[in-house]
Every structure is written in structure tokens, then in C-alpha cells.
Design a protein around this ligand. Structure first.
Ligand SMILES: [Zn+2]
Length: 261
């Protein structure tokens, strides 16, 4: 990942996605926002106990510093619901939107729409089909991994938009690494087929689980790009639920530019 600075906001970007003209993506780090401790500073989630005015100001700042467009958030609940964001979201003109329905994956082919996933240790997995010009952003915590929400999202991309999984580019956002993904009760929480991804007495490599699930969905291994950055090990850059239970959420965003149609 590459680090980009805009005023006091830091963004990570994946060179594998940056090379496509008309595609915008970023991981917004926690610095440079209006929230106060324990949510300091660019907390993007209204659902963690932060002041609503601060969250709204943070969302407006992210919109301004990440190239504009329409920012579509979702009500994430560690489920497997997938929402296709239609052209109506663009046409209504509201620059920052949170849909009325819960979803843990967003997909669109509408230029100008940016799909946002908020995390603090979970993975945001961004997907892009350079030929069909379709993007997805998937919230993938351990429950999402167990349910294979990544496989479901790829299925919707191919089923509804004709995407060839072998062509998709995937980028796994900063999240809990194998260093910190400790599951003391894994025998109850993690199904046995995922036990081969155990890396210590109680630790799991969820980055490798995602790579495995994306490969099973048809993605080429060379097209899957990992974070290599653990949120809990870098609490100055990212919010981490495991590092501090009461904390904010940072975000991954991806979308085609409005003039790239
Ligand atoms: Zn770690």
C-alpha cells in the first residue's frame, strides 16, 4: 500500500487499483477529523457513541478530500446481505447517504457513486472488474468470513453484472492480522473447515482465509492484494476494536468517477 497525505488526512492506496483511470479508492486513516477521544479524530460511524455533529463533519471532510462524488454508507451488522446501489442514489443528488436497509456488501456499476465500508479490525474487501466497470466493497469480519460473504459478493457480481471472476481485482483493507486475531473459543466460533488457517494455539490468519475464499470464487491469486498492515498493531493509524473497545471506525471507499462513463 502507498500512503497519500491531503492536509492532515492520510490515505492508503493500493497500486493495483490506482493504475486504472477513472477509478477512485482509498483507505481513510483516523487522523485529521473532528471527533474527540476515544473516537479521535476521523470517526465515520454514527453508531459507536460519538457526537453526531462530529461524525457528520468527518463524513463531509472525507467527501471533500477524497474527490467528491456521492458517498454511500450502509448499516453494517455482520450479516450477509448484499445491496446493489442503483442509479437512483446518484440521481437523488444527496452527497452522503446511508441506506435504509442493512447490508454488509455494496455493489454498483454507477459512475460517481463511492461505496463505503466502516471497520475497526474487520476487513473491508474492495473488488473491481476493469472490463464491466463494476465495483464492490465488502465488510468481512470473522462472522462474514465464516459465512463466506466474499464468495456471495463475487456471485452477485457475476450473476447480475456478468463479471468474470478471473478478471476481478481484490484489495483487502487494513484489518486484524494473524498476529492479533486471537479466538480463545475458536472451537465454538470457527467452523472446523477453517481450522487449517490457525497459526498459533488460538490465532487465525483471516487474511489467508479471504485469499482462499476469493480463489474458490474464481479470482486469480495474482489479482488479490493483501493489507500486510494489522489494525491492532497500528492504533495510531487506524481504529482497532481489539485495542480499545470504545473507539471509532475508519473507512475504505471505492467507486468509478462520474466522468469515466
Ligand atoms: Zn497485529
Amino acid at each position: 500500500m502507498l500512503l497519500v497525505k491531503k492536509k492532515d488526512n492520510y490515505f492508503f492506496q493500493f497500486p493495483a487499483l490506482s493504475r486504472f483511470p477513472g477509478l477512485t479508492h482509498a483507505i481513510a486513516c483516523r487522523s485529521g477529523g473532528f471527533s474527540r477521544a476515544p473516537f479521535a479524530g476521523l470517526n465515520l460511524s454514527p453508531g459507536v457513541g460519538d457526537e453526531p455533529e462530529a461524525v457528520a463533519a468527518n463524513r463531509r471532510r472525507l467527501l471533500a478530500r477524497s474527490g467528491g462524488g456521492i458517498h454511500v454508507y450502509t448499516r453494517q451488522n455482520h450479516g450477509t446481505a448484499i445491496r446493489v446501489v442503483s442509479r437512483e442514489a446518484w440521481e437523488c443528488g444527496e452527497p452522503i447517504q446511508t441506506g435504509p436497509v442493512s447490508a454488509d456488501a455494496l455493489i454498483t456499476n454507477v459512475p460517481g457513486i463511492r461505496l463505503l465500508i466502516q471497520t475497526a479490525d474487520c476487513q473491508a474487501v474492495m473488488l473491481f472488474d476493469p472490463q464491466k466497470r463494476v465495483v464492490a466493497n465488502v465488510h468481512c469480519g470473522w462472522r462474514g468470513s465464516v459465512a463466506d460473504i466474499l464468495g456471495d459478493a463475487v456471485s452477485v457480481m457475476s450473476g447480475e453484472f456478468g463479471c468474470d471472476p478471473g478478471r476481478l481485482i481484490a484489495a483487502i483493507g487494513p484489518s486484524l492480522g494473524p498476529c492479533c486475531a486471537e479466538f480463545i473459543n475458536y472451537e465454538k466460533e470457527i467452523p472446523r473447515p477453517l481450522w487449517p488457517f490457525r497459526v498459533g494455539p488460538h490465532h487465525f490468519d483471516f487474511w489467508r482465509i479471504s485469499r482462499h475464499q476469493l480463489a474458490a470464487a474464481g479470482l486469480a491469486a495474482d489479482n488479490v492484494h493483501g493489507p500486510g498492515v494489522c489494525t491492532r498493531c497500528n492504533p495510531h493509524l487506524f481504529f482497532s476494536y481489539r485495542a480499545a473497545r470504545k473507539t471509532g471506525r475508519f473507512a475504505a471507499l471505492i467507486g468509478m468517477d462520474a466522468d469515466s462513463d
